[in-house]
Design a protein. Structure first.
Length: 393
């Protein structure tokens, strides 16, 4: 069995990557330690790189189409990972999940229609429909025994007249793998009110044992009848730049309407590299994924232990999935601008400002631990020194 090296430090500057080369644009400082945007600093696995190299050897990159092998790789992977049996006709390539959300908003709603999101949540859920002149309706998550849970009682008070709910499954930034009973209840409410659920499941392969990811559409007939599911190998195998997302729709009426919309603009036409990378990832990726998840869990444990021992004012929401860690910094007693200043200007770290995730995000920061542990050791040491300096001033 091959052992992958996740401690390797790879220089990414100068490759036009958002995470590093975008620091000047988004933070105004190119020298920050980059722990923000959600891709990893691990080398893309060799079986994907080799598949891309082999395809490049042909040296002609003309028009292409999705093959049976491409569809079968997705079907087998989804069955293997989630015990969910899907059919080829339920599938379609989409050019990115955020774009897919935008397409769904345009296809199924009109300007002025109401779209529900569950903050604090991935900020494009708010930005995309809002930019398309839809009304944003908040169904904020609530904390129960230190863990985010859905507030169904509040949802029932705001759902009337809404057209869509955008679900983050697993949840970003909270790292929650939703329990099946929660998803079943959400489906019942949305189906009853004729609300379409668009489920972003891009982090689904990274659920950590003993947690099990349940694709929303798989939990009940009601869920299957009122939903669109978006998945991708991009977060899991660190190939976000290849754009390899796809949708799964069980309900025939929803599927026909959405896929006709995609076909009209050729938005369902994937690229050679998207098809190649997806097939390679899902055919050969099980062992790499297992090793990567183990490394990420150890990174999270390190971060959690470090904060408890050195900066107890900051609490870690231990994620149940993904490489994103939600930090509760409210005990620091800083306003949001002061909190961001502490991390960025005093500690020299680039994290995501929690306030961008909407109500409930204030007083929080999002940390990306998808990197070699040595980077985290150095970064948290810098943060510790900044906190000490702040408290002694």
């Amino acid at each position: 069995m091959k052992q992958y090296d996740f401690d390797e430090i790879i220089e990414r500057r100068g490759t036009n990557c958002v995470k590093y080369d975008g620091l000047r644009k988004y933070f105004g400082d190119v020298n920050l330690v980059s722990l923000w945007v959600a891709d990893m600093d691990f080398r893309t696995p060799d079986f994907i790189v080799d598949a891309l190299k082999k395809r490049c050897e042909h040296e002609i990159f003309g028009y292409t189409f999705a093959t049976d092998d491409y569809y079968n790789s997705i079907i087998k992977w989804v069955k293997y990972k989630h015990d969910w049996s899907i059919k080829p006709e339920w599938l379609s390539y989409i050019p990115g999940i955020v774009k897919g959300i935008g397409f769904a908003v345009q296809c199924f709603t009109q300007p002025g229609d109401k779209v529900i999101i569950q903050p604090p949540v991935y900020h494009p859920f708010r930005i995309v429909p809002s930019s398309m002149h839809r009304q944003i309706v908040y169904n904020p998550l609530k904390i129960v025994d230190g863990v985010y849970r859905m507030d169904f009682q509040q949802l029932e008070t705001v759902i009337e007249g809404c057209k869509m709910l955008i679900l983050c499954n697993p949840h970003n930034p909270g790292g929650i793998v939703w329990e099946k009973s929660e998803l079943v209840q959400l489906a019942e409410i949305c189906a009853k009110h004729h609300v379409l659920v668009v489920s972003d499941e891009i982090h689904c392969e990274m659920a950590f044992p003993p947690y099990k990811h349940y694709p929303f559409a798989s939990v009940s007939e009601a869920a299957a009848s009122c939903s669109i599911t978006f998945m991708a190998p991009s977060k899991t195998f660190n190939i976000a730049g290849i754009v390899s997302s796809y949708s799964i729709i069980l309900d025939e009426m929803i599927r026909n309407r959405f896929y006709s919309y995609l076909e009209a603009g050729e938005f369902n036409a994937g690229t050679i590299f998207a098809y190649t990378a997806t097939e390679a990832a899902y055919t050969y990726g099980a062992e790499w994924l297992q090793q990567m998840r183990t490394y990420i869990v150890d990174n999270v444990r390190f971060v959690d232990s470090y904060f408890k021992a050195n900066i107890p004012e900051i609490r870690v929401y231990f994620p149940q999935a993904s490489f994103l860690v939600w930090l509760d910094c409210r005990d620091m007693k800083l306003n949001q601008s002061e909190l961001v200043d502490l991390f960025q200007k005093k500690a020299g770290l680039a994290l995501n400002d929690g306030s961008i995730f909407g109500p409930g995000g204030e007083g929080h920061m999002r940390l990306n631990v998808g990197c070699p542990r040595s980077i985290l050791v150095s970064a948290l040491s810098s943060l510790k020194n900044a906190v000490i300096l702040h408290t002694t001033v």
